[in-house]
Ligand binder design. Structure first.
Ligand code: SF4
Length: 270
């Protein structure tokens, strides 16, 4: 029986499918739960702190204010299962908060937030393109000195190597396409701010990059449709398996794919 199609594509789903079709299936189609990870939750916290920072008036966006935003964001996150599920002891929690503090401090080495003119924070964008629903969250949309749109995406992991950089830039083109379709204007610049390094990767979207991402999305969607029709999502073992939450379901690790079918069937009954 064919598998149900996922409801949408996002930059992370596209790279998940490209990295390992089976992991994509487990996440986007079977919707298997993924336990929280320290790295992902630290990213959530830092994003929430920067979101609070940009609610302040421009002159107030100082480092001490950012650290207050971090404290407030940490307090708000405390009861969230994404944080409580980590079950950190006192020492591990102190390390977690100290690492988040370092990321916020390093952010100030990349740009001066008092000079930024945001027009949207944590913007959830959605467009329909050739029958595919595209969804993405833009961390920050702003206007530059010439009134042009700039998309900023914060990254709390390390900057990518050369191969992964191409994937990240495909994500950039995705955001640019969403803006173009929704606002009728292509951003002048998309910047990925890697806070840990700290390093900014800046791309200028062009006709060519927009056409390239449209072609890639069409190809990925066609491949997903084919795989759903044939119920054929294959594992692609790689270093990424070290971080994969689905090994108990993955045949490459002795897991049982039928457990994923059972989970999906359960969700469909609810
Ligand atoms: S363990 Fe590796 S091969 Fe298996 S689903 Fe996860 S990423 Fe894919």
């Amino acid at each position: 029986m064919p598998l149900p199609l996922p409801v949408s594509l996002s930059p992370s789903k596209v790279s998940s499918f490209t990295d390992c079709g089976l992991a994509f299936r487990f996440s986007a189609i079977d919707r298997l739960p993924e336990p929280p990870s320290v790295a992902a939750t630290r990213g959530t916290l830092v994003h929430a702190a920067l979101e609070r920072l940009f609610v302040l008036d421009a002159p107030e966006r100082t480092l001490p204010a950012a650290l207050e935003c971090l404290d407030a964001a940490a307090a708000a996150l405390r009861d969230d299962p994404e944080f409580s599920g980590l079950e950190l002891d006192e020492a591990a929690e102190a390390t977690f908060l100290a690492e988040a503090t370092v990321l916020v401090e390093k952010y100030f080495r990349l740009e001066d937030p008092t000079k930024v003119t945001p027009i949207g924070i944590e913007l959830k964008l959605e467009v329909e393109l050739a029958g595919v629903r595209l969804r993405g969250i833009i961390d920050r949309l702003e206007l530059d000195a010439d009134g042009e749109l700039v998309v900023t995406d914060y990254k709390t992991g390390r900057a990518p190597g050369e191969r992964q950089e191409q994937q990240r830039l495909a994500g950039v083109a995705f955001y640019s396409l969403l803006c173009e379709r929704l606002f009728g204007r292509r951003p002048a610049k998309v910047q990925l701010l890697y806070l840990a390094d700290p390093l900014a990767i800046i791309a200028t979207p062009t006709d060519r990059s927009t056409r390239g991402v449209e072609r890639k999305l069409a190809a990925v969607w066609a491949a997903v449709e084919r795989a759903c029709e044939r119920e054929d999502f294959r594992p692609n073992p790689s270093r990424l398996c070290d971080w994969c939450a689905f090994k108990a379901y993955c045949p490459s690790f002795g897991g049982d794919i039928a457990l994923a079918d059972a989970h999906r069937a359960q969700l469909q009954l609810v």
